[in-house]
Write a protein that binds this ligand. Structure first.
Ligand SMILES: *Cc1c(COP(=O)(O)O)cnc(C)c1O
Length: 475
C-alpha cells in the first residue's frame, strides 16, 4: 500500500465536500463568468511543480482560480445552447467510473461494461417508444454519433470497393439532403466522409422551419435523373436554433420509396418522447435507419453521453471493424465488441451513467421534470406575447424560446434592430442572473432561451424574465 491509496479515499471526500457546497456558492456566482480572454485562470501558479502537491492545495487552487473562470453548466440560470446538467446519479456514476477506471473497448476488457451498455440502451429505446430490439452504441457526443451513422450510410452506398480502393475517379458525387437548420455537425461529418459540402442539398422549410417533404421528393427525383447517387437524408427532431420538428413520418416514406438512408438527429429533443403527450411529434422516427439522442442533454447525464440507435448494425461494423492480433479474444464469436463499431478503441464506462440515471429518475421522474420544462416555456411564452415590444420569431413546440425586442414607436432599420438585440443580449448576460445565446432566424438576430436544466425552477424563469425586461427597458 502506498500513499496514493490513502489519497484515493481523501480525494473522494474532498470532491464530495466541494460538491455539497457548490450549489450554495452557485447562487452567488454569475451564470456567465465575467472574465476577459486570457484572464480565465486568475493568478493561478503557471510553473510545473517538481514535487507532488497535496490534494487540498489542488482543490484550493481550483476553488480560488479556476472555478471563477468557469461557465458552470449546472447553474440554474444557464439557459444557453442546449443545457447539459449533471444529476446526483451522474455524480455518483462519475466517481465510480473513475475509481474503477475500466476501459470498455471490448467485452473482455470489461464484461459488465458491454452488457450494461446493451441493457441501458434497450431501456432507453423502451422509454422513447422505439423498438426494444433496436441496436445502439454510446459515443461521446451527437457529432460523433451522427458521423458514425453517416459513415454506415456511405458504406451501404459505396460498399466494400470503396473501403478497399478508396474513391474511384469518374464517379458522380453522392448527395445528402437536409435543411439549413440541421446542426453543423452534419455538414462536418459529410465533409470528413468525403461527400463534399457542395453536395449537401438544403431542402426548403415551411414557416415553422420544418423540412418540406414535397420539395425533398422533387429534389431526389431530379438528382436521380441527373445521375447523382443519394447518400442519405438527415432529418432533425429539435433543430438547434428553434427546436423545429421535421415531419419524419413523411420523410421516412420518401426514403423508403427511393431506398435512401434516413438519419434522424434528435440529440436534444429525443427525451421528450418519454412523454406520451408529445410522442406524436416523433411519429415515424422508428422507421429511420439511425437516430441520435443525447442523454447528456435532457436526461441530466453529465457530458459525454450520446446514443446512436440503428435498425441494422451490419454497415457500421463493415465500415469500422478491424481487429489486430493483440485485441483478439476467445469470446469474439459470441459477444459484442463495441470497438468494432467506431473509430475509437478506448471507451469510458458511460453506460453506467445511463443505467444509473434511468434508475434514479424512473420513467415518471423524467415525465414530470420534462413536462414541467415544457409548461414553464409556455408560461414564459405567454409573458413574452403580452409584453409590448417583444416579438417571438418561431413557434415553441418544446421549451426553446426565440425572440427579439423591437421598441415600439421607433422606426429602425433591420440592421439597427439586430445591433440593438446584440447589445440587449450582452446586457442580459452581464446581469449574471442568466446566460443566453443567440441565433439567426430568417436573417434576424434572435435571442434564444432554453428551459431544460434539472436545476431550473419557475423562480429562475421569473428572474430571467425580469432581467430581460429590465435590460430592454433601458433602451
Ligand atoms: C447538441 C446537438 C448536437 C451536437 O451535440 P454534441 O453532443 O455536442 O456533439 C447535434 N445536433 C443537435 C440537434 C443537437 O441538439
Amino acid at each position: 500500500m502506498n500513499d496514493h491509496h490513502k489519497d484515493f479515499g481523501q480525494a473522494g471526500q474532498l470532491a464530495a465536500g466541494f460538491t455539497q457546497s457548490l450549489f450554495h456558492q452557485l447562487e452567488n456566482l454569475p451564470a456567465l463568468p465575467r472574465v476577459a480572454p486570457g484572464q480565465a485562470l486568475g493568478s493561478l501558479e503557471k510553473e510545473i511543480p517538481d514535487n507532488g502537491q497535496p490534494l487540498e492545495q489542488i482543490l484550493d487552487d481550483f476553488r480560488q482560480h479556476i472555478l471563477p473562470g468557469m461557465t458552470v453548466w449546472n447553474h440554474p440560470g444557464f439557459m444557453a445552447y442546449f443545457n447539459s446538467t449533471a444529476s446526483p446519479a451522474s455524480l455518483l456514476s462519475e466517481m465510480l467510473i473513475a475509481s474503477t477506471n475500466s476501459n470498455c473497448m471490448n467485452w473482455l476488457s470489461c464484461p459488465a461494461g458491454t452488457e450494461l451498455e446493451q441493457l441501458a440502451i434497450s431501456w432507453l429505446a423502451q422509454l422513447l417508444g422505439l423498438p426494444e430490439n433496436m441496436w445502439g452504441i454510446i459515443f461521446e457526443g451527437a457529432s460523433l454519433s451522427s458521423f458514425h451513422a453517416l459513415a454506415a450510410a456511405r458504406e451501404k452506398v459505396l460498399g466494400p470497393a470503396f473501403r478497399e480502393k478508396g474513391w474511384q475517379p469518374g464517379r458522380k458525387p453522392m448527395r445528402a439532403y437536409t435543411t439549413a437548420h440541421a446542426h453543423s455537425s452534419i455538414a462536418k461529418a459529410l465533409m470528413a466522409l468525403g461527400a463534399g459540402k457542395e453536395n449537401i442539398i438544403y431542402i426548403p422549410v415551411d414557416e415553422a422551419f420544418r423540412m418540406q417533404p414535397e420539395a425533398l421528393e422533387e429534389q431526389i427525383r431530379q438528382d436521380l435523373k441527373e445521375g447523382f447517387q443519394p447518400l442519405c437524408v438527415v432529418a432533425t427532431l429539435g433543430t438547434t436554433s428553434c427546436t423545429a420538428m421535421d415531419p419524419v413520418s413523411e420523410i421516412a416514406g420518401i426514403c423508403e420509396i427511393f431506398d435512401i438512408w434516413l438519419h434522424v438527429d434528435a440529440a436534444h429533443a429525443g427525451p421528450v418522447a418519454i412523454l406520451e403527450s408529445h410522442r406524436s411529434l416523433f411519429e415515424g422516427w422508428e422507421k429511420a435507419d439511425s437516430i441520435t439522442v443525447n442523454p447528456h442533454k435532457w436526461m441530466f447525464l453529465s457530458i459525454d453521453t450520446s446514443v446512436l440507435f440503428m435498425q441494422e448494425r451490419y454497415y457500421l461494423r463493415e465500415a469500422f471493424s478491424l481487429t489486430p492480433d493483440y485485441l483478439k479474444t476467445a469470446y469474439d464469436e459470441q459477444v459484442t465488441n463495441y470497438y468494432d463499431y467506431g473509430l475509437t478503441l478506448g471507451r469510458r464506462f458511460k453506460a453506467l451513467k445511463l443505467w444509473a440515471n434511468i434508475r434514479y429518475f424512473g420513467r415518471r421522474g423524467y415525465q414530470e421534470i420534462i413536462g414541467r420544462h415544457l409548461e414553464m416555456a409556455q408560461l414564459l411564452r405567454s409573458w413574452l406575447e403580452k409584453e409590448p415590444g417583444f416579438e417571438l420569431l418561431a413557434p415553441t413546440p418544446l421549451s426553446t424560446l426565440c425572440f427579439r425586442y423591437v421598441p415600439e414607436g421607433e422606426t429602425l432599420t433591420a440592421e439597427a434592430i439586430d445591433v440593438l438585440n446584440e447589445h440587449l443580449l450582452a446586457a442580459i448576460n452581464r446581469t449574471g442572473q442568466v446566460f443566453l445565446t443567440p441565433t439567426r432566424l430568417n436573417g434576424k438576430f434572435t435571442i434564444r432561451l432554453v428551459i431544460a436544466s434539472l436545476w431550473t425552477e419557475e423562480e429562475h424563469v421569473k428572474k430571467a424574465w425580469k432581467a430581460i425586461r429590465e435590460c430592454a427597458g433601458k433602451w
